[in-house]
Ligand binder design. Structure first.
Ligand SMILES: [Zn+2]
Length: 350
């Protein structure tokens, strides 16, 4: 081959190389191609729908959460039916008691509103998974998540009004057992007390509920996004805040420590709350502890923001909600507790 020919061929190869354009768009050409290569797909099976239950009859809409209601037991059963019809596998119950007191007596009473609701829902829809939230804040007259450092419990080395950890654990355990006795399928302690999983596990086991799983709110931040929930559950603290037990929003290494502790104590499933502003935390927990199912709580403030924008016509609600929930799943959550669950399940069918 003549020298010139060789030079010519080499430059042709060079030209061809430089003309190769990487074209990821090829796989986005048609809906069918896009569906084939979709990495994360949201499904109604990923969702858990929260229900707020209260005494009395009927239902009333929560002002800051359009489309979400406080429900009587009868109405809760009706909601459970529509949840089951939409093939959403689970509900999580939050109770609004008839009366509040310093420790929240209704929280572990046989006729408590959550206890009544669990029995009624399980009787009608035994297949539906009923998760119960276990905390004190909706039941105490001061609105805090535990027994306060005051009166007969006062410990001078701790601040006045501090949530006493170990005294609170005893009550949480009684609440968990009373939910178990009503037929709850999963116990979900949310109070961020140290040792809460171990304490509840021990109480459940010693009462014959060794098969009942615990979904721990392992990583719960002291977030500004719980406002609408507190209106819904009537659980606004009368004074102070929850920063002595819920986590600082700046921390993520601490989140991994909380999760490791919960796993050691016997948690079966983990949760990060809130979801949207903490997608990196969900991702880190997923990467560090891939062996346990991970939930994320798409909280009331996240719901209210999308609802408000949608009601103003500023966003397409269905698209924004499905994108939001997909992002939470993509970050690593297996399960998403969300007030959008029913609507999302309907949109996913279309
Ligand atoms: Zn609480």
């Amino acid at each position: 081959m003549a020298l010139l020919d060789i030079v010519y061929r080499q430059s042709e190869i060079q030209n061809r190389k430089s003309s190769i354009v990487i074209r990821p768009r090829r796989l986005r050409t048609t809906p069918a191609l896009r569906a084939m290569v979709r990495e994360t797909e949201l499904n109604a099976r990923d969702l858990i729908y929260p229900l707020f239950v209260r005494h009395g009859t009927g239902r009333n809409e929560i002002r800051s959460m359009p489309g979400i209601y406080q429900l009587s037991v009868e109405e809760a059963v009706r909601e459970a039916e529509s949840v089951a019809t939409l093939e959403i596998p689970a509900v999580i119950l939050f109770g609004i008691p008839a009366e509040k007191d310093p420790i929240g007596l209704e929280n572990f009473s046989y006729d408590g509103i959550v206890q009544q609701s669990v029995r009624a829902i399980k009787q009608e829809f035994p297949e539906l998974v009923v998760v119960t939230d276990v905390c004190l804040c909706e039941y105490t007259d001061h609105g805090h998540c535990g027994v306060l450092n005051t009166g007969e419990h006062y410990q001078p080395q701790l601040p006045e009004g501090y949530v006493l950890n170990d005294a609170t654990l005893e009550i949480l355990s009684r609440v968990a057992v009373s939910h178990a006795e009503c037929g709850a399928d999963i116990i979900a302690p949310s109070g961020m007390m140290d040792g809460m999983v171990a304490s509840i596990r021990t109480a459940l086991d010693s009462n014959g509920y060794e098969n009942l799983p615990i979904l721990s709110y392992s990583v719960k931040y002291a977030s500004s996004l719980y406002g609408p929930f507190r209106e819904a559950a009537q659980g606004v603290p009368k004074f102070g805040d929850r920063k002595s037990h819920q986590m600082d929003p700046g921390n993520v290494r601490e989140a991994l420590r909380e999760v490791a502790t919960d796993i050691e104590e016997g948690a079966d499933m983990l949760m990060v709350k809130p979801a949207l502003h903490y997608l990196d935390v969900i991702y880190r927990v997923r990467e560090s502890f891939p062996e346990l199912p991970l939930g994320a709580y798409n909280v009331s403030g996240e719901y209210a923001m999308l609802k408000a924008a949608a009601q103003n016509g500023w966003i397409d609600e269905a698209k924004a909600v499905l994108e939001t929930l997909t992002s939470i799943k993509r970050a690593g959550a297996d399960l998403i507790i969300t007030y959008h669950a029913k609507e999302a399940a309907e949109w996913l069918r279309q």
